[in-house]
Design a protein around this ligand. Sequence first.
Ligand code: FAD
Length: 403
Amino acid sequence: MLNASVAGGAATTTYGNRLFIYEVIGLRQAEGEPSDSSIRRSGSTFFKVPYSRMNQEMQRILRLGGKIVSIRPAEEAAANNGAAPLQAAAEEPAAAPTPAPAAKKHSAEDVPVNIYRPNKPFVGKVLSNEPLVQEGGIGVVQHLTFDISEGDLRYIEGQSIGIIPDGTDDKGKPHKLRLYSIASTRHGDHVDDKTVSLCVRQLQYQNEAGETINGVCSTFLCGLKPGDDVKITGPVGKEMLLPADTDANVIMMGTGTGIAPFRAYLWRMFKDNERAINSEYQFNGKAWLIFGIPTTANILYKEELEALQAQYPDNFRLTYAISREQKNEAGGRMYIQDRVAEHADEIWNLLKDEKTHVYICGLRGMEDGIDQAMTVAAAKEDVVWSDYQRTLKKAGRWHVETY
Ligand code: FAD
């Protein structure tokens, strides 16, 4: 499933002998010293890279703190006498995929927004608050379920709600709301349309004096007990909605609590479907979750995810990047961008299929590495990733929510 044959593989034979010029900025000085195959010019370093080493070279550059700003075929650079600026690659890509048409959007009525506002929030009740990190894992992450049966709160998969923590800030004013991605489907974990669930990591960090600081709202949420009240606003958000097309390929890239909307998608695709309550949404497409976490004990919803994979092997693919336990190709920690780099050619081929949507959720900053990997994959076919990505975003097929 979800292999290169879906949309035609990369033309390795055509491209196999070619050389590419990488323009890189931000390399750490000592380690990024020019080698035989590199030239430095006005802040950029240019590397000549054979097709067969494109992925490895990208990994090496990332490891050295560099950022690839462009990739061009060497023959084109030679036609310019190898001259800078080498900003953008081929304007008329030789093998440019067909432009991505716009996906069918949800209509405005389908998407509830701001039913409850901060000046008059909905007050829900905590039904459960369960730990998601197993023994030996890092930090505190909780799965919370709230009873919303008394109000008018409705939501759909991919939206967020606001939480107003109890208490006041250091100026004596009520705390401001914080947003949390909804981790349940519109039908809720009890499949009775009466609950909403969240996946919350308690923020904890050391300040300059070495004191442990607890995040206000995440600590409030993680400490709630069944029966407690919780002030809820929203729902909000249209960026992360699932495509209406039930035959879509849905590629999810998430780190940590970024799993929350993906849990909602997967339940909608498979679990709610199984219970035959989704007459309007019978998913027949392919879902692929690439999930980055530090340790096995930190794999949030591990049992649920693996049970789904075992039950729906043809429709759901699960790939972990476990940074402190797995190694990337270069022997370093396996972060999500390394996994994406490993599969970038396959993802690139999938993206040429107009049914493919990518969703990125979790730690801010994770997009950079993903973009680098996709830049390399696209360049192999003389396509400028940033241009192509723009068409995907415009078509509503590239969705990002990071925080
Ligand atoms: P606060 O008390 O507000 O503290 C946060 C502040 O602490 C930061 O603004 C920063 O100034 C400071 N800070 C943080 N880390 C450090 C550090 N290492 N060193 C120094 N200062 C630091 N969170 C989830 O857990 N799950 C979700 O599903 C989720 N979904 C989200 C969806 C969206 C659309 C957005 C925007 C955010 C989401 N968040 C999610 C994050 C959430 O909204 C809160 O930001 C988070 O829980 C922290 O809030 P807090 O009140 O606990 O921290």
